[in-house]
Design a protein around this ligand. Structure first.
Ligand code: 5GP
Length: 190
């Protein structure tokens, strides 16, 4: 989506070749009207999917998820990060490796908010190795809910998570896919 690619080129900052900082519209200051435009694009791409809920992870997925849920007129559920692996029976849980923080964390979702038969659209700000989305998929499986697809704003194609998920049959719709980035610039997948 050209709108997002242009915004990344004007406002994004590449840190050390692997991390893209987009703090002035997505990850710290949030351009809500801009996210609403992204949400309309996903609404078109997933039209006819009969989505019942959007599922993301706190905290950076929540803004994207909220715009998307508003556009689709469904609730947003976010998985909560949980310190201990000792989680109770009232929640679905999954262990996720974060490469940005180089550590594992547990995420939990109350069994009240993901139900068997739900048609779930996953959402996140970034897709890199795909661990966050795989964790959410595990939670949906545990709940007996169907994963309709994944809506990601920025995919770092060189980290392969998106292509692995597509090969596994998940409809992944990323609005900007970065093929290459370094201090000289950013190249998008055509
Ligand atoms: P994955 O689980 O796909 O490896 O990484 C996705 C998660 O890591 C996202 O939820 C996002 O918060 C974080 N992340 C991955 N890469 C980047 C990046 O380049 N910039 C920022 N700001 N977050 C990232």
């Amino acid at each position: 989506m050209k709108l997002l690619e242009d915004r990344i080129l004007s406002d994004g900052e590449v840190i050390g070749g692997k991390i893209l900082k987009v703090s002035n519209f997505l990850n710290h200051q949030i351009d809500v009207a801009f996210l609403d435009q992204l949400a309309q694009e996903w609404k078109n791409r997933f039209s006819g999917s009969k989505i019942t809920k959007v599922l993301t992870i706190e905290s950076s997925g929540i803004a994207i998820g909220a715009s998307l849920a508003r556009a689709l007129e469904v609730p947003l559920v976010f998985a909560k990060k949980h310190q201990s692996s000792n989680v109770n029976e009232e929640v679905y849980s999954s262990k996720i490796y974060s490469f940005t923080h180089d550590q594992y964390y547990n995420v939990v979702v109350s069994k009240k908010y993901i139900l068997p038969g739900d048609k779930i659209l996953l959402a996140d700000d970034f897709l890199a190795n795909g661990n966050a989305l795989k964790g959410l998929i595990e939670i949906c499986k545990g709940a007996g809910a169907e994963v309709v697809g994944a809506a990601c704003a920025i995919e770092k194609g060189f980290q392969n998570g998106g292509d692995q998920l597509r090969k596994a049959g998940i409809k992944v719709e990323s609005l900007a896919i970065i093929e290459k980035m370094d201090s000289n610039g950013i190249e998008f997948r055509k």
